[in-house]
Ligand binder design. Structure first.
Ligand SMILES: C[S@@+](CC[C@H](N)C(=O)[O-])C[C@H]1O[C@@H](n2cnc3c(N)ncnc32)[C@H](O)[C@@H]1O
Length: 242
């Protein structure tokens, strides 16, 4: 595996190392992923057949596999060696799977060599998006697309009862998992910062979604379904390199 020095700004590394097996076994069936996040993110992805795609923050490889099944050539990256192992377990050698920290330059990927970057629920682990946005822009071909989902800033602001919406803040959370409680940290930032990082790096925002969960969510978890139809949990953006 590539030797990777973790950036000092990187957070939640231990959490994802701990949760790798759980991500492989259970996350695909979780209503938040299966009936809310994935339908929205995949609705933003156009034809990938024969395209070169970067899955940035691949976790246990669900998107890597989804993209491969649709004929893409995929480079999958994650900073967690255990997640890399899970992606490899899922897709074998059908993708190039590399350990990399998104707070660092992606110097192993050539300029203008990628058609699409997909990054699902990963960018809120980065304090600054300067590096990742300029790197995504560098590696994308002209008109190449960036599709990503993040925690919705409104959701983190209200759930964590914060006082100043306009700050970028590190939040501490605790997730209940089959391995017990896992401490996870992530950043919340205002919507204007999210949008500015994308635009200032040289992208045109084509779509922004605050989607509804699909019907199956209501069948499995009616109360959370009801909440999601009234308050957004995640935010989805598709942008094009100018
Ligand atoms: C919520 S998971 C992504 C879920 C996945 N995209 C899916 O839908 O199955 C977030 C992933 O981001 C990775 N991650 C967090 N910070 C990172 C960083 N600085 N560089 C690279 N990967 C990072 C974590 O290891 C984890 O696998």
């Amino acid at each position: 595996m590539r030797e990777v020095k973790l950036n000092k700004e990187s957070i939640s590394f231990d959490a994802y190392e701990t949760m790798a097996e759980y991500y492989f076994k259970d996350i695909d069936r979780k209503p938040f992923n299966a009936y809310y996040e994935r339908p929205a993110t995949t609705s933003l992805i156009q034809d990938v057949n024969g395209k070169k795609v970067l899955d940035a923050g691949c976790a246990a490889g669900w998107y890597t596999n989804w993209l491969l099944e649709r004929g893409a050539n995929v480079i999958a990256i994650d900073f967690s060696p255990k997640m890399i192992e899970m992606t490899r377990k899922r897709v074998g050698n059908r993708a190039e799977i590399l350990r990399a920290d998104l707070n660092e330059p992606l110097s192993f990927i050539d300029d203008e060599s990628i058609d699409l970057v997909v990054s699902s629920l990963t960018l809120h682990y980065l304090k600054s998006w300067d590096n990742c946005m300029s790197e995504f822009n560098r590696i994308l071909k002209k008109d190449g697309q960036l599709v990503f989902s993040v925690h919705h800033p409104f959701m983190d602001f209200t759930i964590f009862k914060k006082e100043n919406y306009f700050l970028t803040e590190l939040l501490d959370d605790e997730w209940n998992t089959p391995m017990g409680k896992v401490k996870v940290q992530f950043y919340r930032r205002p919507l204007s910062d999210i949008v500015s990082y994308v635009i200032d790096a040289g992208f045109l925002i084509e779509k922004l979604l605050e989607p509804m969960p699909i019907d199956q969510f209501r069948i499995e978890q009616p109360e959370i379904y009801d909440r999601l139809t009234k308050t957004p949990q995640f935010l989805f953006i598709r942008a094009k390199k100018l």
